[in-house]
Ligand binder design. Structure first.
Ligand SMILES: [Fe+2]
Length: 260
């Protein structure tokens, strides 16, 4: 299947996105701040996905499709934060599934043929799952990998800058309001030592959450994304904001020997 996406579609969807987000405007300062955070995240994921697409030599149309997927991937976040006041899917709703419902309700993808619609919906549905889908076609898998890498790169940028400048009054939603208690969970340790990504359900405190993000290195798909992690020293920054401990040293020994 040849992907054909005209520029007007990308521009039209950006226009729709702006209007849709505006409908969530709120006088609640914290809520508005969290909405703005997701808008900026979305814009940076769009830039990052285009950057990786270029490095991988994708065609202009494929790159435009990747940008559309990035633009719409977190569309469920605005309703989620407004309705549930949290970005934690496990205590609210899966934001990817919610996003797909919203795209359908608003007929956002009606301008595309069915195969293209599927190719947009499938990566969005799978972008926030613990691991890559096994039951999808090769095209969907490719764009899912691309979106997951671009998304993770931006989350790493956001959380590392948050960890480094954290003040008590800072917005705790970035870290799901997890408690900053000592130690790490045994299950988190076991996953990472076995070179596996961490299931968010195992995360009990901020240390676990930082380790989960370091463990994303086991779930990065494309070399350009690995290079960006290395250049920005995200893993070193995460290590720097974790306590000294034998277990954490052992985890980072394995991460560093495996990943880069
Ligand atoms: Fe995202």
């Amino acid at each position: 299947m040849k992907v054909v996406i005209d520029n007007a579609s990308v521009a039209g969807l950006k226009f729709w996105f702006t209007g849709y987000v505006r409908s969530f405007r709120s006088s609640d300062k914290e809520l508005q701040q969290n909405i703005n955070l997701k808008v900026s995240h979305t814009k940076r994921v769009c830039t990052q996905i285009k950057n990786i697409s270029n490095k991988l030599g994708l065609s202009t149309d494929e790159s435009a499709l990747a940008e559309i997927i990035a633009l719409l991937h977190d569309i469920g976040r605005f309703e989620q934060i407004t309705r549930y006041k949290t970005y934690n899917d496990s205590i609210s709703e899966d934001h990817a599934e919610l996003g797909i419902k919203i795209l359908q309700q608003h007929g956002v993808l009606n301008r595309f043929e069915n195969p293209i619609q599927d190719l947009i919906v499938c990566p969005i549905k799978n972008h926030n799952k613990k691991s890559l889908p096994v039951d999808v076609n090769e095209r969907c898998l490719f764009f899912t990998k691309l979106l997951r890498d671009a998304d993770k790169l931006d989350i790493l940028k956001v959380v590392t800058s948050y960890y480094l400048r954290k003040k008590p009054e800072e917005n705790g939603m970035v870290v799901l309001n997890l408690p900053d208690t000592p130690g790490i969970s045994r299950e988190v340790y076991n996953s990472l030592i076995n070179r596996k990504t961490v299931d968010i359900k195992l995360v009990r405190n901020l240390n676990d959450f930082k380790l989960l993000q370091a463990g994303w290195i086991y779930d990065i798909n494309f070399q350009p994304a690995v290079d960006i992690i290395r250049e920005n020293q995200y893993l070193e920054m995460i290590r720097g904001v974790l306590p000294e401990s034998k277990e954490i040293n052992a985890i980072f020994d394995i991460i560093n020997s495996t990943a880069l």
